[in-house]
Structures are given as C-alpha cells and as structure tokens.
Design a protein around this ligand. Structure first.
Ligand SMILES: C[S@@+](CC[C@H](N)C(=O)[O-])C[C@H]1O[C@@H](n2cnc3c(N)ncnc32)[C@H](O)[C@@H]1O
Length: 265
C-alpha cells in the first residue's frame, strides 16, 4: 500500500512496517486467543505471507457466535474455550497470537504459558496490546480515559476488564516469555486500519461523527448506571462520564498507541 493512499497519521505510524514484517511470515496453523469477533484473524489473513488454517478461541458464547458469523465460509474454526486451559496438545500450532486482550484476562501469565505450550518450536508468537503511558496526544489520552471509565462499568457488571496496561508491564510480560528473534514495534495505528474503509474519517481526531458516536456511548452507559444501587458510585461515574464528554468535544478522540510483538519459540 502506497503512502499516497493513506491519511497522514496512518502513513506516519508503524502500521505499514508491521504489515511488511507479517508479510514475511508463513502462518501455517494459526491459533488466535481471545479472538472476540475475529478481527485479528481477518487482519492476519490479509497480511501473512500465507497460512494453512485458523483456530480462534474465546470464553464468551456471544463473541463465539459473532466470530462464526463474520468468518463464515473462511478456513477458520471458532471454539468456545478458556484460554487459561487450552484444549490442544503440546506443539500443535505454527503461530499463536493474542490481540487487544491481555487487559481482559484474569491471569495473563497463565494464558501466555498455555499459548507457548501449544506453539511448535520455531513457531511465531504474536502479541498486539495498547498501552496507556508514553507519548500520546490529548486525543489519545481521551480515548484511554474513556476506556478506563468503561472498564469500571464492566467490572460493576461482573465482567473482567482491566485498565489499559502500562507499556513496561507489556514489555515485562513479553520478556518473561523468553522467546528469540524478537521484534517489538510501537504504533499509533493498528495494522487493520490499512484495510479499513473508514481510515480517512478515523484519522481525524475531531471527526464529528466519531466524536458523536462516543458521546452517545457514554450517554447510554450513564443511562444504564441509573439503575445501580450505590448512589455514591453512580454519582461519581456520572460526573466522570460528563468530564470525558467535555474532553471529547475539546480534544477529539484517537486510538491509544500499542505494542506489536513478534517472537519465535
Ligand atoms: C477486546 S476483545 C478481543 C479483541 C480481538 N482479539 C481483536 O483483536 O479484535 C477481548 C476478548 O477476550 C475474551 N476473553 C477474556 N478472558 C478470556 C479467557 N480466559 N479465555 C478466552 N477468552 C477470554 C473476551 O471474551 C473478549 O472477547
């Protein structure tokens, strides 16, 4: 993809370099852990040099159904499974990956150890995870604050969802995996943006439609909060939600930067 086809922010991000690196990898049999609606599988299908098949696992029935629907007709098997206890033999996959999900896990180290167990020696381990610190624009900081606010609301409803991780925490987790031929990238834009029809709209932090969508999401969460029995928590979260809406109007929104890691077992 030529820089000329891309909006400014995306062109100056590391997304194309990450895509180039992925283009040199033969994926073979790929396992995507905490696959959600299968978004990362779709990205890898477009970027890997080649691949044999994909297996996506997720613990949520709702996500499993959504991924099956979105990936219908493709060479993909989606399974409901807890990533802490992967139901696969040792050395079963040529590539294992986890994207935007470390902060959704109860026990990150347990899941990554399981992923390493099922990865063949010489296979690729890929991690994509946003971080909350480092050099980020005010628009990115707004996105991080909104995410933190949403994690608190999810937690009230019993859903595991932690705040965006600090970059050093992600790097420590990666180091503890003790992999070789390691590549670590940082990027403001994920690889999937390269293929997205909305890339010009999203590249503008002050895009009205995107700002309004986020404000609507906050309003709807505030609405649901009205039923929460604890007045103090309810009031605090409502006030914080209003402040985030003000920040969106002032600075706009942009996705938090992320770490993209590739290593070999
Ligand atoms: C943000 S979503 C996934 C995003 C997706 N991988 C992507 O890149 O677009 C996080 C997912 O982690 C899943 N998850 C959380 N804990 C899990 C576990 N122990 N085992 C499997 N999936 C888990 C959730 O159900 C959710 O679908």
């Amino acid at each position: 993809m030529q820089a000329i086809d891309l909006p400014k922010g995306l062109a100056s991000s590391n997304a194309r370099n990450i895509a180039e690196r992925l283009k040199s990898i033969s994926g073979g049999k790929v396992l995507d852990v905490a696959t959600g609606n299968g978004d990362f599988i779709r990205t890898l299908m477009k970027t890997l040099k080649d691949y044999g098949s994909f297996v996506g696992v997720d613990s949520s029935e709702k996500e499993v159904k959504s991924a099956r629907k979105r990936l219908k007709g493709k060479s993909v098997r989606i399974m409901k499974m807890d990533a802490e206890d992967l139901q696969f033999e040792i050395d079963s996959f040529d590539t294992v990956c986890i994207s935007y999900s470390l902060h959704h896990l109860d026990r990150v180290e347990k899941v990554l150890a399981e992923m390493k167990r099922v990865l063949k020696p010489g296979g690729h381990f890929i991690i994509q995870e946003p971080f909350r610190d480092g050099k980020q624009t005010e628009a990115q900081k707004t996105d991080i604050l909104q995410h933190h606010w949403e994690t608190e609301i999810d937690s009230l409803q019993g859903v595991t969802h932690h705040k965006t991780l600090a970059k050093q925490k992600i790097l420590n987790v990666i180091r503890n995996l003790k992999l070789r031929e390691v590549n670590i990238f940082e990027s403001t834009h994920p690889v999937r943006c390269l293929f997205c029809s909305d890339k010009f709209r999203c590249d503008d932090p002050k895009n009205r439609q995107i700002m309004n969508e986020s404000i609507r999401e906050i309003d709807s969460a505030i609405d649901k909060l009205k039923k929460h029995p604890d007045l103090q928590i309810r009031t605090r979260l409502q006030e914080e939600g209003e402040k985030i809406k003000e920040r969106i109007k002032k600075y706009g929104l942009a996705e938090a930067s992320h770490v993209f890691f590739i290593g070999k077992k």
